[in-house]
Design a protein around this ligand. Sequence first.
Ligand code: GAL
Length: 650
Amino acid sequence: MIVYGGDWNPEQWPEDVWPEDVRLMREAGVTHVSLGIFSWSMLEPVEGRFEFGWLDRIMDLLAENGIKVYLSTPTASPPPWFAHTYPEALPVDFEGHTLYHGSRQAFCPSSPVYREKALAIVEQLGRRYGGHPALAMWHIHNEYGCHNGRCYCDTSAAAFRTWLRDRYGSLDALNEAWGTAFWSQRYSDWEQILTPRITPSFTNPGQQLDYRRFSSDALLDLYRAERDLLAKISPDVPNTTNFMSGLYWDADYWAWAEELEVVSTDQYLAGELGDEAHIDLAFAADLTRSFKPGRPWLLMEHSTSAVNWQGYNRAKQPGEMHRNSVQHLARGADAIMFFQWRASKIGAEKWHSAMYPHGGKDTKIWREVVALGELLRDASDVAGTTVKADVAILLDFASIWAQDHPAQPNTELKPIEIVKQWHAELWKLGITCDFAHPGADLSGYRAVLVPALYLVDDAGAANLERYVAGGGRALVGPYSGIVDDRDQVRLGGYPGAWRDLLGVTVEEFFPLRSDDAIELTGGGSGRLWSEVAHLTGAEVLDTYLDGRPAWTRHAWERGAADYLTTLPTGEALARVLTAVCAEAGVTATGTPGIEVVRRSHQDGRAFLFAINHTAADAEVPATGTTLDGTAVDGVLTVPAGAVRTVREAR
Ligand code: GAL
């Protein structure tokens, strides 16, 4: 089954709306709802007094109607009584401002009293509903860190010190790692250490990097506490927590995914990306899939049309919601869910689209919601199949955090944007890729791309060398392999980690202004960055007009590693990626605006998804039958703006 549904917030509505909602859900083919996400103040209106009657009635109603529940722990939004009684548990921002209650997520992740009160309500919920027939999974919290991912209060500072003692054991080791010989920053007592705060000039880079690691861990620890408690009470019920893959970069989701049974995520179209916004969705879907290789994942939230938080909030064109949904399905999702079921008439999200809009049933949104329910029901045997990619992009959160320090050769060089650009170029070439942690097993990939990995630890550096030595093909982008895991420069010429592998030594960086371009002999240009690189074994594949190497290749044992000394733009990047992939035996097959992805299973099932993002009909090579049973013999026609799925002939 492909799970279909959304967040249901019945507590916002009078009780006589509930049966109507459930009747409409059945009409739309809804199989599951996420429930109770923001219900803490309704479930525990006064500290220690629990009121579950209304939720009992909702759970029973859903069970009677065969709709399953991802029951949420409501801990993402503590009630006003919590902030009022325990003001010390409120989060504090970088500038020292307290963030008060009155919206959501008003708690410090390191607050002991928050943890105590959160676990108290989780325990009540677990005991009451752990065996309920409607319960399918625990939905733990909601989007950890969305608004309070980094807290700078005194409680956080104390927790940060504990975390640092654990990591370093001694102050000497911490002083060494943070390079505190610089600017007279040497610590002589643990109590002197703070979270980063407003300082007269740049903060210590080691401190800021470790603080980012600590902040991800502090939230992960909260997740673990809830998960472990629920596992004790209801050992057979699985759980997840919804990530914000591609939108939120403050949690190390590689580490988080190891703790999760099932990965789920929320994904929203970035209106400002205009015509290419759907490529960004593909990015997030590929990233989410990669967090648990070889396993399906759940799209916990996306939108049927406009959101309410982007300033200008673009509504989706007819058919766009189907294309977006099928993109996620094609890229490995076994659930397509929305925020939210019924559009609110109250609160800060009343202008956010939903499955059942303000206008009711005679609307584009409702018709498309019902049609999507049918499509997903017809696609039920897609569940459990996975996407196999031949190319991987290395990505690491610590590297992104380290490069986020403002004292850089060029702050315009933004790793997330570069990674997204390389992914987008692959998308256009029709090459599906995974993402991988630098330390992951890379042996299953024909090519491994490293667009922007400023920081790599020794194990990650050796891993790429081993991969290439074993016959792999690598392509490394500039300003990668520069520092170790303490953000300390690897000496002897850049990129210190991979000088030998690449057969290149970079003497000096020559960053470019944002409106400058550097022309490449082979066509197109590079931006933001250039280098003076010397060959120490590599051959040159392209140069700047003055003859300096722009693109090099080095044969290394059974494989080869390419290097770029600039960031090629569209046409030039496509040329490089096509060549590297071709060398690795991966062929570019892309047709502009047409997305084709395959999901398959060891048992022989295979599905080809074709999504036409253009205004003209398209033809895609395929053989099998479409979901509605039409035979396809070699060529599949995908009408303008439409989606087609083919059960491929075995
Ligand atoms: C998500 C959140 C939902 C809702 C949605 C709006 O970040 O989990 O509760 O706020 O955004 O797009």
